[in-house]
Structures are given as structure tokens and as C-alpha cells.
Design a binder for this molecule. Structure first.
Ligand code: NAD
Ligand code: TYD
Length: 332
């Protein structure tokens, strides 16, 4: 296969490229990434000399570069996005540009060049929020109800991807996954922010009462889910992907991390809540489990411990980024 991976210098994209080239060493990957604040070439430094890998710096909203690259591949795996809810509260426009217009630009090129295979990476946040203390979960039939500029822009991109399937027969699939965690995640996101704060002797910042619930998916399990969908998924279908079977609140996860890092509750600081903060996400991943035989490869606690070890051992990867992310929070 020859793949165009958009957003390959980001968190999930870089893990996906590493995963794919290890598993399918004769496949070829071109990544297109504009290197926003969230793109880090250092996340791909071990791959840059691989002859089956090429990096192109460019924007997914640029039809010229997109057209040229799409013409060279058979499959597009689309990760590139503005991905942080807190940033979408501050500056929504760039989310509309990248997440909606960028996706449209890629879809148009995929259609033009003979209906290339298109896999779109999306989020469970498009489904809105669930009530705390219920068993309700998001699945492939949950109606869309996005509530932040981030999730609204991802919802728009999902609708466009499905529209290209129904209107033009573009061979698409979509995964709507839960919160990822693992190596190479930007320090602005919850789990790496907590771990790196503690490694630097700072407190962790808990928004509001900390009783918010997310489903957590280890990033390499997400990569294997995309692999399963690319190889065996039904064209036109959507798969919801999650990692957990029970609820953990942000505070539960904080307590686990504090314990694993030899700290206690005195390292917690409660801070002002995020506006429009979604209370609970939970994902039913039985369709991908039953139809494509996919499941997470290890327990959450084990992966969390591994992630802590990774951030501890790779401080040079995140030290400078941490200054940028904490400056963002100071000026928020
Ligand atoms: P990220 O923010 O870490 O990386 C995004 C990458 O896209 C960066 O390398 C950035 O430089 C690049 N990019 C941004 N705008 C671009 C543009 N206009 N043109 C080209 N490149 C551009 O994001 P991530 O966490 O790796 O998320 C990847 C995808 O997965 C996104 O579509 C996101 O919505 C989705 N997703 C993420 C999570 C999560 O927990 N991280 C959960 C569900 C879904
Ligand atoms: P985040 O990693 O930003 O992902 P998302 O908003 O896409 O779910 O946040 C995960 C949860 O953690 C969310 O409920 C907000 C909360 N949070 C904190 O309590 N403190 C923090 O410092 C951050 C970054 C997030």
C-alpha cells in the first residue's frame, strides 16, 4: 500500500506511522503536515531515514499540494486537525478552516484521482455529552450533538466524509474514538500535563469538581483499530472505538497517577472549569470487537504506568513544548 497520512507529526499520526512501518515494512508512507504548534518532527526522528517514508510540510487546505500528493497514493489516512477543546474555546475559526475546509480539500482530491480509499479519524465528542451515573454509551447510531467548536468542526468533517460516500461513491470509513493517551502526546492534554507537572514538582490542575468522565484509549490500540478498519472494515461504515468498560472520573485517574508517581492529594489544585465542559463520554466498542475482532491489548493501569515511564525517560522530547503549553494556559 502507499498511504498519505495527514497530521503525521502529531500525537496519534506519529504513533500510527511508527506502528504501520513496523508492521508493514514494504508499504510506503508520505505524511503531509503543516507543523502547527502541535506538530513535532522530533516525534518522527527514528523514522526520518526510512526509505519508505517521506515528510512534506504543507497545509491540508492547500488544494495544489493536496492534489499532487493524493495523486501519488492509493489510500489516505486523515489525522490532521486542530484537536484541543481549550484552544477551540479561544479561537474557533482555525478549527473550521483545518477540520472542515481541510477535510473537504482532501475529499475532493480523493474523488478527482479515481476515488481513492479514504479513512477519516474522528472523535466521540461529536456525540455530545452523557449524564453521570448512567450506563448510556455512544455507539455508531448515536445522533450527533457536538457542543464545543472543536467537536462541531469534527462533526462537520464527518458529515462531509459520509456525503462523499453517498454522493460520489468515495470508498470511505470513519472511526470515532475516545480520548487517546500514550507516548508523544502534547503536554497540553490532561494525562501528559499531569505527569509532566508532577515530574517538574508542580501541582496537577483539575478543572471544576474533577468528576468529569472520559473513555481512555491507548494510542497504539487506536492504531491497531485503524489497521483493522483499513484492512477489513466495511466501506461506508463508521466504527466507534474506546478502551474502557467502566467509568473513571478525572479525579480517579489523577489519584492513580499520583499513587504511581509516589505523590498524594496535596499535589492537586482545583482550577476554574472549562466553559461548556462535557460531563461524561463513554464508548460502546462492541461493533469493531465483534465484526473486526479488535480489542485493547492491555489494561488501562498497565498502559498508564508505561506512559508515566515514557515521559520520565523522554524529558528532552517535551521540555520545550511544556513551556509553550503552560504559556497557553496562563494566557487562556
Ligand atoms: P495533534 O494535535 O497532536 O496533531 C495534529 C497534527 O495535525 C499536528 O502535527 C499538526 O501540525 C497537524 N495539522 C494541524 N493543522 C494542519 C493543517 N491545516 N494542515 C496540515 N497539518 C495540520 O492531534 P492528535 O491528538 O494526534 O489527533 C489526531 C486526530 O485524531 C484528530 O483528527 C483528532 O480530532 C482525532 N482524535 C484525537 C483524540 C485524542 O485523544 N488525541 C481523540 C479522538 C480523536
Ligand atoms: P483533554 O485532554 O483536554 O481532552 P478533551 O477535552 O478532548 O476530553 O481533557 C480531558 C479531561 O480532563 C477533560 O474533562 C478536561 C480535563 N482537564 C483537567 O481537569 N485539567 C487539565 O489540566 C486538562 C488539560 C484537562
Amino acid at each position: 500500500m502507499k498511504l498519505l497520512v495527514t497530521g503525521g507529526a502529531g500525537f496519534i499520526g506519529s504513533n500510527f506511522i511508527r506502528y504501520w512501518l513496523e508492521k508493514y515494512p514494504s508499504d510506503q508512507i508520505i505524511t503531509l503536515d503543516s507543523l502547527t504548534y502541535a506538530g513535532h518532527l522530533s516525534s518522527l526522528s527514528d523514522i526520518e531515514k526510512n526509505p519508505n517514508y517521506a515528510f512534506v510540510k504543507g497545509d491540508i487546505t492547500d488544494p495544489v499540494i493536496v492534489d499532487e500528493l493524493v495523486s501519488q497514493v492509493d489510500t489516505i489516512v486523515h489525522f490532521a486537525a486542530e484537536s484541543h477543546v481549550d484552544r477551540s474555546v479561544k479561537d474557533p475559526l482555525v478549527f473550521v478552516k483545518t477540520n472542515i475546509i481541510g477535510t473537504q480539500t482532501l475529499l475532493e482530491a480523493a474523488k478527482k484521482h479515481g476515488n481513492k480509499r479514504f479513512h477519516h479519524i474522528s472523535t466521540d465528542e461529536v456525540f455530545g455529552a452523557l449524564t453521570l451515573g448512567t450506563d448510556a454509551k455512544f455507539d455508531e447510531n448515536t445522533p450527533y450533538d457536538p457542543r464545543s467548536p472543536y467537536s462541531a468542526s469534527k462533526a462537520g468533517s464527518d458529515h462531509l466524509v459520509r456525503a462523499y460516500f453517498h454522493t460520489f461513491g468515495l470508498p470511505i470509513t470513519i472511526t470515532n474514538c475516545s480520548n487517546n493517551f500514550g507516548p508523544y502526546q502534547d503536554t497540553e492534554k490532561f494525562i501528559p500535563r499531569m505527569i509532566t507537572n508532577l515530574l517538574q514538582g508542580e501541582k496537577v490542575k483539575i478543572y471544576g469538581d474533577g468528576l468529569y468522565v472520559r473513555d481512555w484509549l491507548y494510542v497504539l490500540d487506536h492504531c491497531s483499530a485503524i489497521d483493522a478498519v483499513l484492512k477489513k472494515g466495511k466501506i461506508g461504515d463508521t466504527y466507534t472505538v474506546g478502551g474502557l468498560t467502566k467509568d473513571y472520573s478525572n479525579l480517579d485517574i489523577t489519584m492513580m497517577i499520583l499513587k504511581m508517581m509516589g505523590k498524594d492529594e496535596s499535589s492537586i489544585e482545583y482550577v476554574t472549569d472549562r466553559p461548556g465542559h462535557d460531563r461524561r463520554y463513554a464508548v460502546n466498542w462492541s461493533k469493531i470487537n465483534k465484526e473486526l475482532d479488535w480489542s485493547p491489548s492491555a489494561d488501562f493501569d498497565f498502559r498508564l504506568q508505561e506512559t508515566i515511564t515514557w515521559y520520565n525517560s523522554n524529558q528532552s522530547w517535551w521540555k520545550d513544548m511544556k513551556i509553550t503549553s503552560e504559556n497557553f494556559y496562563k494566557n487562556k
